[in-house]
Design a binder for this molecule. Sequence first.
Ligand code: MLT
Length: 269
Amino acid sequence: MPKVKLTDFTLAYELRGAGLPLLFIHGYPLNRHLWQAQLVGLSDAARSLSPDLRGHGDSTSGSAAHSMHQLAQDCFELITLLGITQPFVVCGLSMGGYIAMAMLRIHPKSVAGLILTATRSTADTPEVKASRDKSIQLAQQEGSGPIIEAMLPRLLSPKTLASHPELTSQAKHIMASISVSTIVKDLQGLKERPDSTPLLAALTQPTLIIHGADDQIVPLADAQALEKTIPGSQLVVLPAAGHLPNLEQPSLFNDAVRQFLKSIPNEQK
Ligand code: MLT
């Protein structure tokens, strides 16, 4: 897998297909393998790019904190190093969605379209911030194991857990390599992220929202709120899918993306 040297770390990524650039940003505590079915399934429809964020997957850890702003800057740096100069579509899952929002804050003109999945526009409530602090403490005291074990049953739909053991072990495998320091840095960055609701309310880019009907981490109500906030956006709810709808319902997810890409103005392609 290719790697590039960024300011303070080495970033691993995958690039597949041709045409309109489509950047897939994974969530916490995941990595680029989350998007395998999209890179393969959409290779005829887009030039798909999926990085391992700093500290994740095969990327090394940098010295900087994992603010959503920093993670967005890393994505821009990768895009520039790959020589992509045309506007691209960004698809972010959960924390990846928060990073996509940070990219819109930094350089809105480079984003031709937005796909938000399993995410929300709001900042953490005081209760969520307190629970992130508890998770940081738990990870520091007991390692990544208890964090991953507690997250797995909430990550996938009960239907996926009951009838797709291969997806359950895939999700587990994707999370398995995360280090304690990356967990801590991610949670800190998540906790400090700003409210992106006003930014999204003023959005002019075509936007698709894809959400799992059974998401226990980001409830469907948050996706419905996104649809209300973002002018002209469309919400697609996938059945029998939890917090990883692209992994749990790859065909339906890819169909929705493929359809959406047709709405991107021709001059951007
Ligand atoms: C994620 O999946 O990226 C995180 O669960 C996001 C969050 O906790 O807000």
